[in-house]
Design a protein around this ligand. Structure first.
Ligand SMILES: Nc1nc2c([nH]c(=O)n2[C@H]2C[C@H](O)[C@@H](COP(=O)(O)OP(=O)(O)OP(=O)(O)O)O2)c(=O)[nH]1
Length: 131
């Protein structure tokens, strides 16, 4: 099966996590962390900074790799590096997504995450509970 390499940015501010809802495509209406496919010649960190600038008009600083999700979708294998990010500059303008929410550890599970994200979201909830 083909492997698709993706990066996602987990933007955390004041204990809240920024989630976005996909506005188009196969996974339309699913909730995710902003990001996308790594392009040739890019590091994962560069890809996450580029994707968040493209999607949200916001510059982020990559803090640390939180987790790498490995998940089999019916048509491809997803390998997704998920980085904790902080906002450096910008107002998180929704250029591609249809909605966004700041979620707390209590509300993290109230949106319909993309199938690959459930384990990651649970790990994030545990991390926020320890803070
Ligand atoms: N950004 C993101 N993608 C995710 C998450 N969970 C998950 O399964 N995915 C999947 C959905 C897509 O198959 C893939 C991301 O690819 P994409 O289509 O958004 O990539 P892209 O922005 O480069 O878009 P494109 O140019 O190919 O249209 O990863 C997530 O939390 N964030």
């Amino acid at each position: 099966m083909k492997t698709v390499r993706v990066v996602a940015g987990i933007i955390i501010e004041d204990g809240k996590v920024f989630a976005t809802q996909r506005g188009y495509g196969e996974f339309k209406d699913g909730w995710e962390f902003p990001g996308g496919k790594i392009e040739q010649g890019e590091t994962p960190e560069e890809a996450v900074v580029r994707e968040i600038m493209e999607e949200l008009d916001t510059e982020v600083e990559v803090k640390e790799l939180f987790d790498t999700v490995e998940y089999d979708y019916p048509k491809f294998h997803l390998s997704m590096d998920c980085f904790i990010c902080k906002i450096k500059k910008g107002d998180l303008v929704l250029k591609e997504h249809e909605a966004a929410k700041w979620l707390t550890k209590e509300t993290l599970h109230t949106v319909d995450w993309l199938p690959a994200d459930y384990g990651l979201v649970e790990k994030l909830r545990e991390m926020l509970s320890l803070q």
